[in-house]
Design a protein around this ligand. Structure first.
Ligand code: KG4
Ligand code: ZN
Length: 334
């Protein structure tokens, strides 16, 4: 019964990451090169620049991750890589690197879904019990996923416009913060003792979908009006109003999804899972309702390759390998 060592590669957006994960849960290395500083000057991720930065760092990252894990290529059981969704050029860099390495070392290749990775980041901290509901909140995604058993994903709700992280970033920009602005809005909101109440988008009563563009527009309008009246110091109240609106809807819909599906666990994941307001509101509500809530540590919430290794392990167990035709799938569904 040999140990399973998966080398995982993630390059779907603006983080180049390579990890080695043992038996699906033990992270032996998880290197992350963030390109945020480069993209900040542009106010967001520039796809072409992202691809080029991935190319620059991928080889060193591969070497580094293997070295830090203290293994050799021979020890590997498989090479896993994010195949989508994400930026096509960025994904391609990781896929080419993973294919080359797998081919050269004669190891199986495992194409992995980015969101499955975010969800299975939770396996790095705790065993997942089924059925469970995952609330995926990131810069590119806002989704409620029902998992009836291991490896099965049913999308029961998604955003109809902006992802929640995207809305955070746009609001942050309107309030004068650099990209990515989510953490600034979070901090400002928690420190504010005034609140400017903003609308909540509940959509149809039975819907698990989300919408954040109306809220975002309400924020932009409010900021403009304050500016026109020559007012200052309105930032904290708006940040708090925005954050309260977002959190109320996310928490309410996630809890309702748990109740209506009989889920025994709620998993929070994605970059916005780093939001302190969301973490505490969800924790408080789940405690009250006796729902088992799992939130990965911050380093496994934002994009990283360890989560891809955790997700790929399940495919490795059932020998679901990819062939050399593996392609980048920018809008791959779960
Ligand atoms: O998962 P992630 O690293 O990348 C994607 O796959 O999109 O998520 C990045 C997003 C950004 O929009 C960032 O502003 C947001 O997560 N974010 C936050 C916080 N920390 C990161 N949003 C709100 N509050 C935070 N504390
Ligand atoms: Zn992500």
């Amino acid at each position: 019964n040999r140990d399973c060592y998966i080398l995982a590669v993630e390059t779907s957006c603006d983080e180049t990451s390579v990890a080695v994960v043992r038996n699906g849960t033990e992270v032996l290395s998880n290197l992350i090169a963030s390109q945020i500083e480069t993209h900040r000057a542009f106010g967001g991720v520039v796809p072409e620049v992202a691809s080029r930065k991935h190319v620059e760092s991928i080889t060193l990252m591969l070497e580094g991750a293997i070295q830090e894990a203290g293994i050799t290529l021979e020890d590997l059981s498989a090479v896993a890589v994010t195949e989508g969704p994400g930026l096509v050029g960025a994904l391609l860099v990781g896929i080419m690197a993973a294919k080359s390495l797998a081919f050269a070392a004669d190891k199986p290749l495992i194409g992995t879904h980015h969101i499955a990775g975010h969800i299975y980041a939770n396996r790095l901290v705790q065993e997942i019990r089924y059925p469970s509901i995952a609330l995926v909140v990131s810069g590119g995604h806002t989704e409620l996923v029902l998992m009836e058993r291991e490896g099965s994903f049913k999308l029961i709700g998604r955003t109809r416009d902006d992802a929640v992280g995207e809305a955070y970033d746009k609001v942050a920009r309107a309030l004068g913060f650099p990209y990515p602005g989510g953490p600034y809005v979070d901090k400002l909101a928690l420190e504010s003792d005034t609140v400017e109440v903003l609308p909540r988008a509940w959509l149809e009563p039975d819907s698990y979908d989300f919408s954040f563009s109306g809220l975002k527009s309400a924020v932009l309008n409010a900021v403009n009006q304050h500016k026109m009246r020559g007012e200052e110091g309105y930032g904290p109240a708006i940040a708090r109003g925005f954050q309260e609106s977002v959190i109320e809807v996310l928490v309410e819909k996630a809890i309702r999804a748990v109740r209506s599906t009989g889920a025994v666990q709620l998993l929070l994941c994605g970059g916005v899972a780093a939001n302190r307001g969301l973490r505490s509101a969800l924790a408080e509500r789940c405690e009250k309702e006796r729902i088992d809530l799992v939130i990965p540590p911050l380093k496994y919430c934002t994009d990283n390759a360890a989560m891809i290794g955790a997700a790929a392990y399940l495919k490795w167990k059932s020998k679901e390998f990819s062939n050399w035709e593996l392609k980048a799938e920018p809008s791959l569904s779960l």
